[in-house]
Design a protein around this ligand. Structure first.
Ligand SMILES: *Cc1c(COP(=O)(O)O)cnc(C)c1O
Length: 433
């Protein structure tokens, strides 16, 4: 039995994959990824693939970047893990200062955790507790966007808006108010109708990723910030997906000169190497938690691997690479190339809409019968041609590492076009409404 066959057998016997209908999974040959190099991943048979979605929106400078590898190894020679509960360590300390340096003005404090879900969950709990502790006890509600995604733990699912993922759990969730993405007037009405009741608005600024790359109109984020200020409501910006250059600036909020009360970071924070997250907040929020131990104003929250030293070491090296390689600056011509090519792809038969910002791209193939799994067919076609992509339903997602070269980007786009064409050729056209 070949190594791939043996591993696939074990996988199908013992593994349960995330966001995966296992019934379909077991009818296909899973791909076993063994190693990576730059923007490429290699399977156990040695086949090479472009990492078209940055290993789930995380990878920034490519795989096996020598500086990042070295940072991890050097920290490994010191200590692999020590706790942030009651102790600190140089990596977490230095990283906090560096994050505050690059974050929008007004953010002054860094609270670590280990995933995007926890980064969002922490912001929700802090916002709630902050209002409670200052005596604004009626502010118990949250406004979230339709089609929002903030992670999979129950708090972050409560502020989620993707029915397919979230509806089952409704009886377990706290009730929220739904905002229409892009509609500032509707946000104003919500805030007015619930004056004094809202603790915070939570949103993915500029682009709602998992909702299908929903791009907000210019000025919406700015308008939400102003409305929050006017109504005494905190603003949580979840930049787990958009952060670290994905939209063309280090953070998406920079585009509209907005400084949120909470900035949630994960995915790209370690350049896609290790699990780490941070919830940044203001000095005002931080001070709202100060008091004698007996006051019980402490933020009672902390995950075991919070601020892991190896992850922090890599996150510091990630910021160094951003500076040294001028990653954001060098991204701009790639975004232009991408936009040019996407304008052509928009004309392809079967493509109903393209939504993109920076290097976050959703190519919408319209409303097909879900049984046909058109997005998944594109994934299988792309795999045959040497690229790994993962769709959101029938929206083909492209989110390459920022370090991708222009020629690699062209190759990824060529493969995407061929794969969409091949997938659509194998299914009936969708019924027109
Ligand atoms: C991926 C994502 C999360 C969840 O992050 P995990 O690390 O998977 O828990 C939260 N918010 C946004 C915007 C995301 O894209």
């Amino acid at each position: 039995m070949s190594d791939a066959a043996r591993l696939n057998h074990l996988d199908q016997e013992f593994v349960w994959h995330p966001f995966t209908q296992q019934q379909g999974w077991r009818e296909e040959e899973p791909l076993q990824i063994e190693r990576g190099e730059g923007v490429h991943l290699f399977d156990v048979d040695g086949n090479r693939y472009i990492d078209g979605t940055s290993s789930l929106w995380c990878n920034v400078h490519g795989h096996r970047h020598p500086d990042l590898d070295r940072a991890a190894r050097e920290q490994f020679d010191k200590v692999a893990h020590s706790t942030m509960l009651g102790l600190s360590h140089p990596g977490a300390t230095e990283l906090a200062a560096r994050l505050i340096e690059i974050a929008p003005d007004g953010l002054r404090r860094v609270f670590y955790s280990d995933s995007g879900s926890t980064a969002a969950e922490i912001a929700l709990k802090m916002a709630f507790q902050y209002h409670q502790q200052r005596g604004d006890t009626a502010r118990t509600r949250f406004i979230r966007m339709r089609e929002a995604y903030h992670g999979d733990t129950l708090g972050s699912v409560s502020v989620g808006g993707i029915d397919l993922f979230h509806a089952t759990y409704r009886p377990l969730l706290f009730d929220t108010l739904a905002a229409e993405p892009g509609d500032a007037d509707q946000m104003e009405s919500l805030l007015s109708a619930h004056e004094g009741e809202v603790a915070a608005v939570i949103m993915e600024p500029l682009v709602q990723g998992a909702g299908g790359m929903i791009v907000h109109p210019d000025g919406y984020l700015r308008a939400v910030r102003e409305l929050c200020d006017r109504h005494g409501v905190l603003l949580i910006c979840d930049e787990v997906a958009t952060g670290f250059g994905r939209t063309g600036t280090m953070f998406a909020v920079e585009r509209e000169g907005v400084s949120p009360d909470f900035l949630c970071l994960a995915k790209g924070i370690t350049a896609g190497y290790l699990p780490l997250a941070a919830t940044l907040t203001t000095e005002a929020v931080y001070e709202g938690f100060l008091g004698a131990p007996a006051d019980a104003k402490t933020f009672f929250h902390g995950h075991t691997y919070t601020g892991n030293p190896i992850a922090c070491a890599v996150a510091l090296a990630n910021l160094d690479v951003f500076e040294r390689e001028r990653t954001i600056e060098r991204l701009q011509p790639k975004i232009e190339l991408l936009d040019r090519r996407l304008a052509e792809i928009a004309e392809l038969p079967g493509v109903t809409e393209i939504r993109s910002r920076g290097v976050m791209v959703g190519i919408d193939l319209g409303a097909h019968d879900p049984e046909l799994r058109v997005g998944h067919l594109v994934t299988l076609e792309a795999r045959k041609r040497g690229a790994l992509v993962r769709p959101l339903g029938d929206v083909v997602v492209l989110m390459p590492p920022l370090a991708i070269s222009e020629s690699e980007l062209e190759e990824l786009l060529d493969i995407t076009v061929e794969s969409i064409t091949a997938a659509l050729a194998s299914v009936p056209a969708p019924e027109r409404a």
